[in-house]
Design a protein around this ligand. Sequence first.
Ligand code: ZN
Ligand code: ZN
Length: 489
Amino acid sequence: MTSLSFYGGVGKIGGNKILLEDKGTRILLDFGMNFEEQASYFTEFMPPRKFSSIKDLIALGMLPDLKGIYRRDYCKHNGLNYSERNSVDGVLISHAHLDHLGYVHFLRRDIPVHVSPESKAIMSLFDTVGGGAYNDFCKFNPSFIFIPKKRSDGVKRRTARDGLEERVVNDFSFNKPFKIGNLEVTPYRVDHSLPGAAGFVINTSIGNVIYTGDLRFHGRHKDWSDYFVEKAAESEPVCMLSEGTRIKDSSARTEGYVEKQSTKLIKDKKGVVIANFPIRDTDRLLTFYKTAVSNNRSLVIESRQALLLDLLRLEGVTELPASDDEFIKIFFPRKGWGLIGRTGVPEEQVARDYKSWEKEYLNQSNVVTAGDISKNQGKYVVFMNYFQLNNLLDIQPVPGSVHIRSICEPFSEEMELDEKRINNWLRKFNLYPQNKIHASGHASGNHLFKMVESINPKLLIPIHTEFPELYKEVHKKVKLVNEGKKYQL
Ligand SMILES: [Zn+2]
Ligand SMILES: [Zn+2]
């Protein structure tokens, strides 16, 4: 018997959690967080309660009610009788966006997580710098445990300082099949807005099942997605789980378009260029790097991005600039006491404003401060997202400065509010209006339809889309599935 059960990512964008069962082997395809769902109950000021998180999220329908998958420290503390033997053979992660990875935090650490080397680098970035709502992706911090005090009687709460454990994370090689239980999985590279994204051909006892993950055909590496489609078609699949984020959208602006337009826009500009793009989208980072270099400027990135470039380099990624490249600068904003850039302050006092991983970069010769940028505005393209706009108070952009918005449009009320705030900052500092130059991480409707026609699966199950029924226009056997239900293949 081969079956699929859906616990997220059905009829909505993101939060994929799919259980594939085949003759005694059980694997999860992604274990992500749906942002809209999360935001419909929680806010920054009322986050999930850590002491009861698994129980609460199951009660709210955000985590599946499955035994034998959740971490034992939480189960025990949450009073959940779920801690018997591990009940799945592995988790297959398509890529390291949080809507595919975010809830891995809640899984037992002995469930092997299979990821690409690049995804592993991003998981370890999350563990080091935070940024995901939940971490413990590679390292694992056992929680809610009392341990004896060292120097006196009594107990204390165990913390990360008492030692971290390791999650079982296996990195796969692209194009090379590997086994999880009875299943043979072949991962292929696909082009998406984050390094290391994969699509899978999964060989089951009844034939091949395709899982596309998220993908596009208009990025820097259309060839990767094309090759995946070719291999998926060759496998003559019995079933295909296909993303359909932009199924209604026909525009397919390319990464090349972003590079060309932004290069043209900043030519001859005298002031600073502020660019906002997804922080872990290294393809976009490369685009703005090229834009900067061809205009004789340097690209200024955050220390988090410098660390990401270094981690990816360790995993063998060579097409990206190194963190100490001559056209890369690392921005250290003023934080804490705000001592950076002040003269006469002891170095160790300046360093105290930053976290230990940040300090590693503080002495690198390409570090710049807001003062440095302010003095030489025509020399820089500065990455700056919404949360860093207060640095404009120190940079003081001169007339002739520009802002490039290279992220998606707001799609919720909350984002609209943020948008107003962003525009207030930009108006104040010679940066209004925003210049919108963006290319999506997801394939257009036309490309998705072409993909489905080429692969021609016996059965198509649309996921990661609000309009699954639209696939019926191009495929004769489309199954619309419901969350929480099990489907025999
Ligand atoms: Zn996604
Ligand atoms: Zn994605």
